[in-house]
Design a protein around this ligand. Structure first.
Ligand code: ATP
Length: 235
């Protein structure tokens, strides 16, 4: 298993946001976490990337414990987080934003070729490399957030609601990018409120409800599950 989260409880001060969550991410797969507003999806992702402390349970990445490590150390292990709402640096240029993704890396010559790789994958970012990030469209900002995460050379990409606020045609484009990135060997944890999209992309899925895992299984099985269809797919 690439990442194993076992019995994790986490939250905010006295508020427990997720309780006893166990999630396994096999190498090369896309695992999705779906659920309604406030179900605990973002908190689960933040626990994985070291942005929220784990109160109980453990998280292993490539067999090594990573819970308790600060977020910067988790990135260095090979986990990159594309946060909800993109969180790009609005006043910095596209290229400067991308370079921040590589700030922990010491292999300077490779950074240049990886930057070129990101520009190859996202031609629109290359065209806008000197443009300030805040002037970009929502879809372009999402691409920038993904590109920045790729600049840390991750083996696991955590994505929080990449489809949020984007027009359907742009969502389709982002979905294709996620598929391509995965086909090239990167494992993905995808948090989505858009369950239709998530279950289409993912190999395996977890359904969170009020902080606990209500259901899990292969994505195509959950897609046919009556409860999932009624509660999340609007069918
Ligand atoms: P959404 O899709 O709306 O982002 P989510 O499934 O990602 O929802 P979380 O953001 O993980 O859910 O929230 C889980 C619970 O933790 C909610 O009850 C929420 O109110 C609470 N929570 C989230 N962030 C904070 C915070 N910064 N301080 C206090 N409570 C928080």
């Amino acid at each position: 298993m690439l990442l194993e989260m076992k019995g994790v409880t986490a939250g905010y001060g006295k508020i427990t946001a997720i309780r006893d969550i166990s999630i396994a991410v096999p190498e090369g797969k896309i695992v999705t976490i779906i659920g309604g507003n406030g179900a605990g999806k973002t908190t689960t992702l933040r626990a994985m990337s070291g942005m929220r402390p784990v109160m109980q349970g453990e998280i292993k990445f490539e067999g090594k414990r990573i819970d308790g490590l600060p977020a910067s150390k988790v990135v260095a292990h090979g986990i990159a987080h594309v946060p909800e709402g993109r969180r790009i640096f609005p006043d910095m240029t596209v290229e400067e934003n991308l370079r921040t993704g590589a700030f922990l890396r010491k292999d300077k010559p490779e950074i240049e070729s990886d930057l070129d790789g990101v520009f190859g994958r996202f031609p629109r970012l290359r065209e806008r490399r000197t443009q300030r990030a805040q002037t970009m469209s929502g879809g372009e900002q999402q691409m920038l957030a993904i590109g920045r995460a790729l600049m840390s050379k991750p083996r696991l990409l955590l994505m929080d609601e990449p489809s949020m606020g984007l027009a359907p045609v742009i969502v389709e484009e982002i979905a294709q990018i996620i598929e391509e990135i995965n086909e090239q060997g990167l494992s993905v944890v995808l948090v989505e409120q858009n369950a239709e999209l998530a279950l289409e992309l993912a190999d395996y899925a977890y359904v969170l409800e009020t902080g606990h895992c209500a259901l899990e299984g292969p994505a195509h099985e959950l897609h046919d599950n009556e409860h999932v269809r009624a509660a999340y797919l609007g069918i």
